[in-house]
Design a protein around this ligand. Structure first.
Ligand code: AMP
Length: 212
């Protein structure tokens, strides 16, 4: 059984890597960021959804209580396998999780901060095709337009530079301590993240001893 937590700056690629790993090994995968974004999208007049939206757009964290409620509802209990992307975000959340279902492995996708800034502020999304672009690193052929569908590319509201700066500061203050927390438990793996997706995946599988 594998219960895997992904740590890393926003934009480190942990979302991509966790989904790929989950698909390949058929493990339940949950991203709290994705979950919150879908709550916001699906319940626009709801007070809680509006609160979540405000916090996300300001680059702040949603409260631990609310986040853990969402986790408890979604995560398989006990010893079943799971992959979490974006949770826990601080030591308090890590401790709440310990009492519910404890991780067997924690993966830190390590990417230097200056690369992260470019990855996040340059990120553009094509909702219909599901394609991701980056105006600096992987631009579309025509500015602002998806190569596949011709749809207009969107920017996540929290990927604008001032909010990205805030998110990175929140990560350093709140989430950095988790690296030591899990290192002390002896379950932390540090994976180089400034590599092509496929290579990061290889490092990841090696560290987690998951074979194709
Ligand atoms: P992400 O897609 O992981 O960058 O998350 C986007 C936003 O969702 C974050 O900036 C937070 O506002 C919120 N969020 C995601 N996960 C958590 C969490 N574990 N605790 C609190 N807020 C979270």
């Amino acid at each position: 059984m594998k219960r895997i937590i992904f740590l890393g700056f926003p934009g480190s690629g942990k979302g991509t890597q966790s989904v790929l790993l989950g698909q390949q090994f058929d493990i339940f995968t949950l991203s709290t960021g994705e979950l919150f974004r879908s709550i916001v999208k699906d319940s626009q007049d709801d007070e809680v959804a509006n609160q979540i939206k405000l916090l996300i757009n300001q680059g702040e964290l949603v409260s631990d209580e609310l986040t853990f409620e969402v986790i408890k509802k979604s995560l398989p209990k006990g010893s079943e396998s799971w992959i979490l992307d974006g949770f826990p975000r601080n030591v308090n959340q890590a401790e709440l999780l310990e009492n519910f279902s404890s991780p067997t492995d924690v993966v830190l996708i390590d990417v230097p901060e200056k690369i992260i800034f470019q990855r996040l502020t340059g990120r553009r999304i094509a909702k219909k095709s599901g394609k991701l672009y980056n105006i600096y690193l992987n631009p579309p052929k025509q500015d602002g337009i998806c190569d596949e569908t011709g749809e207009l590319l969107e920017i996540r509201t929290d990927d604008i530079p001032e909010i990205v700066e805030k998110r990175l500061n929140v990560y350093k203050k709140e989430t950095f301590p988790l690296i030591e927390y899990y290192q002390k438990k002896g379950i932390l793996h540090i994976i180089p993240g400034d590599l092509p997706i496929f290579q990061v995946q290889q490092h990841l599988k090696e560290a987690l001893q998951l074979n194709d």
